[in-house]
Structures are given as C-alpha cells and as structure tokens.
Design a protein around this ligand. Structure first.
Ligand code: PMP
Length: 429
C-alpha cells in the first residue's frame, strides 16, 4: 500500500477552508467509499506525482482535456508566450480568428463560433439560442448524460419515455425542471414517443453523440440519424454536446466521425489545451440570434482570453499531426485486449466499451448501452478496483461512470505496465 499521509493531511486542511475539500464534487472519493482524495503536485506527459512522491500513470487526463499529455512542450510554449504578452485584453485578438477558423475547418457545421469559458456555459448558451430561434421552451435530453451544472440540464429524471424532469440538485425550481424531458439513450421508440407528445413545444434536443458520462456508450446504428429526422420534423433543433467527444476520436467532432450533423454544437475540454475554455457554434442563421447581431444575450469577461486560445491552437496542432488517432486506436486496442484477457483469466465479470483512446470498464455481466444498464454495474467492486489500481500507481477517475483516456504521451510500455497492474487487481478482487 502506498503512503499517502501528506494527501490525508492536506485533505483535513482543505476541509477547513474549501467546501468539501474539493473544487468539483467528482474529485472527492465519495463514490468510492470516502476518505482523502490524492493530492497531486506535478504532472508530466502520461504521469502524475502526488504530494507523497508516488508516481501514477494517468488515465484521468483531467476528465478529458489533457489529450496531449501533461505539459506538452508545444502547448506549454504557447501558454508561456501568451502569458508574456498579457493574459487578458478585453478586445478582439488575431488568435481567436485563427482558432475559430481551425475549428470550423475541422467541424464544418459550426459556421459561426463563440468562445466562452466552460462546457457548462457552452451548452447553456446553445439552449438559449435554440429557444430564441424556435421561440419554444422545452428541451429533450437523454438520461444519464451530463451537460454541465446549469439549472436546466441538471435533470436526469427516471428512465422511461416522456418522464417529466425531477431535478438532481437542490436549488433548481420545479418550474425549470418541468421544461426538461428525459428519455433513455439508444431507445428510438421512447424518443419518438417524447417527440410525439412534446415535439411542438420543444426548442432543442440535447445529445452527446457518443456518450462519455456513463462510461463510453456508442449510439446504435441509425439512432442519431433518426433523432435528427424526428427532431427536425417537429421543427426543433439538434444540439450536440461535444464537450468530451470533439477532437477525441478524430480531428473533428464525433459528428464528423459518425457522419451526422447537428444545428448547434457545444465544445470544451480538449480545445483549451488544459486551460479553461468552452465554445459553441452552428448554422449561421441560428447563431445570428446572438448579441451583438441578435436578441439572445451571451457574454464573458474572460471569453476568448489569449492564453486559453493559444493553448487550444497548440493542442489542435499536435492533434493534427499524422498518425495521432491511429495511435490512439492502436494503444486503445492493446489496452482493451490486455484487460479482457486479464478479466477472463481471473474470472472478473466486466464489460469494456471503447472508442479509440477512450474506454470504460463496468463490473457487470450485461452489455452497457444506456444509463440504466450502466447503473447496474457493481459500484462496490469498482471502488475496490479503483483503490487497488491507485496502489499499483494507476490513476483513473473515482467513479464507475467516468472514462479512461489515453493521451499522446502514453507509450506501449505504459499500456503494458497498466495491463500487468490490472491483472494483479483482478486477481486480488
Ligand atoms: N458536457 C459534457 C458532455 C461534459 O462531459 C461536461 C463536463 N464533464 C460538461 C458539458 C461541462 O463542462 P465544464 O465542466 O467545462 O463546465
């Protein structure tokens, strides 16, 4: 067992001044039995070092943004140069034009783009723009999909078609939750029923085109196409939340990988190269709802700040190199095969869902294709697996619903070391 005394001490100190000891609840170890989260001190490439000097191979990747590994020299140089030239201007800059152009070349449905500061902001604004454009109020989302912490989308509700939303958080008025309809992912009949009932009042349908918030779940063949068709038939807009998926599986969005186009797209995470960012965009006539051209308001003091923008440009430049996504697939397949073989050898009942360098391991004998099936995965076994992995020097998210992410910094040796560690964990479970 690794010594994590200093992490434990820091957690006690943190609890006295930072609410819950963490600045985002998913960082706490609540979902894996409690106790002090590991405090990290330094990160380089595919590795973390904690405050007690332990090294970890990192598959958390900061919940997704760190796709080029920690402190990638090209990204670090961009941030350093940006900082030396002033971190915030409150004026337009040439960098934001270059970056928006890069994004639009990769994701052509984003004809007009706005940068802001987080995925939460990006999704929240897409909903406002869709409401302004359609002059309707209701939003349909899929159960278990996370779209940030704004009021409207913190509604997961029970499964089952057309369930009216029950807020997942205190402080959200029931009147707001009433405007959200939740249906199970990959259930086209439930979606069609929701559209049938609420379609004429619906402003938009919010979709994670490949789900990254109950592990990794791909859409069934034809599902997204049918969602698009039914949504447009009802006169509503399709909004893709690509905060996790954009630039993760190809140099573009999941929409480009899958060949389905939304009306609006929200981005975040990867496009900031590890600095805070969000962005949204879509069809020109829809985006023209936004101020200063139109009546829908969105703004931000920090929006488009040169440091985030230049880090994002540098990150995309790294991802645009030939072979990057092929390497994610190669290492991802290697990790998948190794974990499957280890599970078989030790009789661990797992499901492994993977797309390129992103994957999820669920402790269940049933396939996982929606939130209900993901919820059936054994939380207690996951918690033990998570802690065993930490002691092996492998860092994943402390939740059975989060994905593992491979970065450009991971090597074949890292993958082999991880497989060996996972095998010892399965043996010990
Ligand atoms: N959408 C999705 C799909 C996400 O995964 C997240 C964050 N995990 C968000 C939105 C919110 O992004 P942020 O945390 O940057 O506000």
């Amino acid at each position: 067992m690794k010594n994590r005394e200093r992490s434990a001490q820091l957690h006690e100190q943190a609890m006295e001044v930072i609410l819950g000891g963490v600045n985002s609840p998913s960082r706490s170890f609540k979902a894996v039995g409690g106790g002090a989260p590991v405090s990290m001190e330094r990160a380089q490439g595919a590795y973390f070092w904690d405050v007690d000097g332990n090294r970890y191979i990192d598959y958390l990747a900061a919940y997704g943004p760190i796709i080029t590994g920690h402190a990638h020299p090209h990204v670090t140089q961009a941030i350093t140069e940006a900082a030396a030239n002033g971190t915030l201007y409150g004026t337009p800059t040439p960098w934001e034009i270059k970056f928006a152009t890069m994004i639009r070349e990769a994701i052509p449905s984003m004809e007009r783009i706005r940068f802001n500061n987080s995925g939460t902001e990006a999704v929240m604004t897409c909903i406002r723009v869709a409401r302004a454009y359609t002059n309707r109020v209701k939003v349909i989302k899929f159960a278990g999909c996370y779209h940030g912490h704004s009021d409207l989308v913190l509604v997961a509700a029970g499964s089952g078609p057309s369930t009216l939303g029950i807020p997942d958080s205190a402080g959200i008025p029931q009147s707001i939750a009433n405007e959200v309809i939740t249906v199970p992912f990959n259930d086209i009949d439930a979606f069609a029923a929701a559209i049938e009932k609420w379609g004429s009042e619906t402003a938009c349908v919010l979709v994670e085109p490949i789900v990254g918030n109950f592990g990794i779940v791909e859409p069934n063949p034809g599902f997204l196409e049918e969602v698009n068709r039914l949504t447009h038939q009802a006169g509503a807009l399709v909004v893709y939340d690509e905060v996790i998926t954009a630039f993760r599986f190809c140099y573009g969005g999941a929409q480009n990988l899958l060949g389905v186009e939304p009306d609006l797209t929200a981005l975040g995470k990867i496009i900031g190269g590890g600095l805070p960012i969000g962005a949204y965009g879509g069809r020109r006539e829809i985006m023209e709802q936004v101020a200063p051209l139109g009546p829908a308001y969105q703004a931000g003091t920090m929006a488009g700040n040169p440091a985030s923008i230049r880090a994002g440009i540098a990150c995309l430049e790294v991802l645009a190199q030939p072979g990057v996504y092929e390497e994610f697939e190669r290492l991802g397949a290697m990790l998948e095969q190794g974990i499957r073989a280890a599970a078989e050898k030790h009789g661990a009942q797992i499901q492994l869902n993977r797309v390129k360098g992103a994957m999820a391991v669920y402790f269940t004998d049933q396939p996982v294709y929606d939130y209900d099936t993901a919820q059936k995965a054994d939380s207690e076994v996951f918690a033990r697996f998570f802690r065993l992995l930490l002691d092996e020097g492998i860092c994943i998210a402390p939740s059975k619903y989060e994905a593992w992410f491979i970065t450009t910094a991971h090597t074949e040796q890292d993958i082999a070391d991880t497989i060996a560690a996972v095998e010892r964990c399965f043996a010990a479970l």
